[in-house]
Ligand binder design. Structure first.
Ligand code: ADP
Ligand code: ASP
Ligand code: MG
Length: 857
């Protein structure tokens, strides 16, 4: 006899809380029934009900009747909305009454709590059975406690044994058959089971997923579908990180790790049963059933090296134990951990040092009441000095092969470097890396960390087998298709240029002009300067000058270059903002009458006579630096730029002595900044310093406007403008200057290069091109990530994950890692985009390779 084929569908709280959602459940059940087998629907309590039951449990006995009545009325009203007879709820209401009058109610005994909590799922499943049957899909009501039985685990505390327990299940073909005979459509409760004494027990908060997984394995289901309020598992909680990407496919181990470390979308204990039974598990969105969702099964494991997700748990408690000289003693740690066992506490992370052991306790696995902790500490105090650190948050990066990615996490580590990290732990299964920090800082960190992971390509988001769209994109109206970038529209011309010139930078002047116009919409800014170090191609400078930009130079040679190619530009519209330049360059700039910025006392103290009668600006380091990489941050104590605010008075005094007037204050803290509030903050700080300078005419708040990489949101210039306007209203007496560089030109340039050779070594596929770090230094210097496309095969699907490398004899000569490209062959033209800034200007002749051509389109 072959057992009946089952599909298990689990619906979470929000998925069962309106009539429309129940209609969807009916449709989904019918479409699964149409596949020929049977369906088991597993439901949670209606959204919010479990929390209300919790409040009832925690309330004083006298206050419970009123809370209970509210729940009764709420469910009766829902029955009316669904058009079913409220009499079907009588049994649940009777059970509620019994609980209220139970002798265990006063003491809130754990078995009593479990009975009260179970009411939520009993209510929703009764309503569902009646509604689905009335809608034409006869659906039997099944008491989950008749099928799922929980075993107490060794050392399990009382709380866990009743309120957060587990079931061991195995495929039972006879049961699958027997249930099918009883009815092809069945509905049952998530969250609840029975123990060996027949009492009601719970699988832990959020445990309905685990119920569904247990049923899936028990029935040998062809799949378990978890229907919830998000369209799948994401690379971070999408409600905290809108840029989080859909995870299309995961294997059981990775999904387990993501769930255990905090992704609430799956209950951590639900992966065990499906893995055991080899049942695929899908995560889908009840409101948008057509979206693909996430599929979790046993396949995979051989995909690209990638961090898959960043998750976090709050409410974590750290127990730090300082030794009083006994760590080395045999069996000492066993004694310490025995105390945790005795208090029924399960330890999560462990960090140890010569004289200290620190462990973390996870709130979902433990009842972390003040009493329990106090009792634990009292015991531990006998053998060590104890300190409890709470509330903490554990932030975890999950991905197979974490150790092999460590060297690419520098920006993530830098982010943590600015915080107080209590504990770092790398799991022995090589799947995760966890940082424990104060709870208050965790949520703000998540989007930044996610951004770093994408930027550094440690999250291989362009591998379409693994990653789908971002939450933001899925939530956006569908018809916003982005225009093609210019270099894709001009593909034929570019291919021709590459054929004629060999490797070349190609610039698109219209893109530069467009960016300039967008900036000029920012009303509070009175004068714009272009930082020419980003790209000093004469025609590009002329185009910007024609559009009203001044030019900002950092060397005497740049000033001379500007004077040569933009002869009509007024000297007052040229800024000279050098750093550690020799005296001679200042002299030349002063002689040329351009605006000179001084950023060290040395210049004024040692070369005072050069500045006699001059109008100068002072560059201030408002610290800490900002930006996408350590090497582009130009503020903070380690930075060589600017005067410390505490040196300003002295600089002012020196200037007065030599007869120079300070007419400008300048600050620039870094580049690649996408936070629209940044410039208003700099403006306000600079303005506050301005009050003491009587001759002050303008403030220059620098540049650093970020150019979004893949998956990043554009800098919102309206927000930038609004922030600046507020500060301007307070300081209308000074003109406002800004000096962007990269923002104007990055997207206007591509580097064209030709495939020289391909190589597959140790499983890594290399595509070699004829321009490397000699032509484009940014990837090697800043770990910069440039979009890379095979221009010859623009229309072919990306089928390979490759590392794109140049011809320079340096292992750092890598233009891009883990890129998805069509299969590329010798002679193909590769376009490296966003190369208009800091590309050609940084090119060099290393290895005696010639400088490459620059072409204007
Ligand atoms: P249900 O009531 O359907 O069981 P849950 O609230 O338990 O739903 O789980 C869904 C929620 O999980 C989402 O609304 C989301 O806020 C949260 N969540 C946390 N981390 C993730 C993640 N990595 N991917 C998707 N959702 C997540
Ligand atoms: N209703 C239970 C809870 O809110 C179980 C679940 O929804 O998964 O925790
Ligand atoms: Mg849930």
């Amino acid at each position: 006899m072959s057992a009946a084929q089952w599909i298990v569908l689990k619906f979470g709280g929000t998925s069962v809380s309106t009539k429309a959602r129940w209609a969807t459940i009916g449709k989904l059940a019918n479409s699964r029934l149409a596949e020929g087998g049977c369906v088991l629907i597993v439901v949670s309590a209606v959204s919010g009900v479990t929390d209300q039951l919790k409040a009832l449990i925690e309330a004083e006995p006298a206050a419970r009747a009123e809370l209970a009545q509210r729940l009764v009325e709420q469910h009766r009203a829902f029955a009316a909305e669904l058009g079913v007879d409220a009499a079907i709820l009588a049994e649940v209401e009777a059970e509620l009454d019994e609980c209220l009058s139970s002798p265990h109610a006063a003491a809130r005994a754990f078995p009593w709590q479990a009975r009260v909590f179970a009411l939520g799922e009993l209510w929703s499943s009764r309503l569902g059975a009646a509604f689905l049957t009335a809608s034409g899909t006869t659906t039997e009501w099944l008491d989950a406690r008749t099928q799922l039985s929980a075993q107490a685990l060794p050392n399990q505390g009382d709380w866990a044994r009743h309120l957060s327990t587990t079931c061991q299940v195995q495929h039972a073909p006879a049961l699958a058959e027997q249930l099918a005979q009883a009815g092809r459509s069945q509905i049952t409760q998530g969250f609840i089971a029975r123990n060996l004494s027949g009492e009601t027990v719970l699988l832990g908060r959020g445990g309905s997923d685990t119920s569904a997984a247990c049923f899936g394995t028990l029935l040998g289901a062809s799949r378990v579908e978890i229907w919830t309020d998000v369209p799948g598992m994401f690379s971070a909680n999408p409600r905290r990180v809108p840029q989080a990407r859909l995870l299309r496919h995961l294997d059981y181990d990775e999904a387990q790790e993501i769930a255990t470390t905090g992704a609430k979308v799956l209950h951590p204990r639900c992966l065990g049963p499906v893995r055991e039974g080899g049942v695929p598990l899908w995560i889908k969105d009840t409101q948008r059933p057509d979206l693909e969702g996430t599929c979790i099964d046993a396949s995979g494991g051989d995909g690209p090296l990638s961090v898959k997700a960043i998750s976090h748990r709050i409410g974590v408690t750290l127990v730090s134990m300082e030794s009083i000289g006994m760590w080395q003693q045999v069996g000492f740690l066993a004694d310490v951990f025995d105390y945790f066992r005795r208090h029924g506490l399960s330890v999560d992370l462990i960090g140890s040092a010569e004289t200290n052991v620190t462990v973390s306790l996870d709130p979902s696995e433990n009842l972390l009441s003040a009493d329990t902790l106090e009792a634990l500490c009292a015991d531990l105090a006998r053998v060590c000095r104890v300190k409890v650190i709470a509330p903490c948050a554990a932030i975890t990066l999950v991905g197979r092969g974490m150790r092999r990615m460590l060297h690419r996490l520098s920006e993530v580590l830098a982010e943590f470097g600015e915080q107080r990290v209590h504990l770092v732990s790398q799991s022995s299964n090589n799947l995760n890396l966890t940082f424990v920090v104060d709870e208050s800082i965790a949520e703000a960190l998540l989007p930044r960390l996610h951004e770093h992971l994408i930027r550094a390509r440690v999250m291989a988001v362009d591998d379409a087998r693994l990653f789908g769209p971002s939450w933001e994109a899925l939530s956006a109206p569908e018809d916003v298709t982005l225009p093609l970038p210019w270099w894709q529209r001009e593909r034929d011309k570019l291919l021709q240029i590459a054929a004629e010139q060999g490797p070349a930078y190609v610039y698109h002047l219209d893109s530069v002009r467009n960016q300039a116009r967008r900036l000029q919409q920012i009303e509070p800014v009175d004068r714009w300067f272009y930082a020419i170090k980003a790209n000093d191609h004469p025609q590009l400078l002329q185009a910007l000058v024609a559009q009203g930009f001044g030019l900002e130079c950092v060397s005497a040679a740049e000033v001379a270059h500007v004077q040569r190619h933009c002869a009509d530009l007024d000297a007052a519209r040229i800024m000279f903002t050098p750093n550690f330049a020799p005296r001679d360059e200042y002299r030349q700039a002063l002689a040329a009458d351009v605006m000179v910025t001084v950023d060290a006392l040395h210049a004024l103290a040692q070369w005072g006579e050069d500045f006699a009668g001059a109008q100068i600006a002072l560059r201030v380091d408002l610290g800490p630096g900002r930006g996408h990489h350590d090497k582009v941050r130009t503020g903070g104590s380690a930075s060589k730029f600017g005067l410390a605010p505490s040196e300003l008075a002295q600089a002012q005094e020196l200037a007065r002595k030599v007869g120079a007037k300070v007419v400008g204050l300048h600050a620039h803290l870094g580049s690649g900044i996408l936070d629209p509030q940044h410039w208003a903050e700099v403006y306000a700080q600079l303005a506050a310093l301005g009050e003491r300078f009587v001759d002050l005419r303008w403030l220059d708040i620098g540049g650093g406007l970020g150019v979004p990489g893949q998956g990043e949101r554009e800098l919102d210039l309206d927000l930038v403008a609004a922030g600046l306007a507020k500060v301007k209203a307070l300081y209308p007496q000074w003109a406002l200057h800004m000096e962007p560089g990269r923002y104007l030109v990055a997207d206007a340039g591509v580097l064209l290069t030709r495939v020289t050779q391909t190589k597959l070594k140790h499983g890594v596929r290399f595509v070699g091109v004829d321009a490397g770090m000699n032509a484009l230094l940014r990837p090697a210097l800043y770990d910069a990530v440039h979009p890379i496309a095979n221009l010859t095969r623009l229309d072919e699907p990306a089928t390979e994950t490759v590392t794109v490398v140049g011809p320079i004899c340096e292992s750092g000569d890598v233009l891009g890692r883990e890129r998805r490209l069509p299969a590329s062959v010798e002679g193909d033209i590769i376009a490296i985009a966003q190369a208009g800034a800091y590309g050609a200007v940084m090119a060099n002749r290393y290895n005696r390779r010639p400088l490459i051509a620059e072409v204007l389109l």
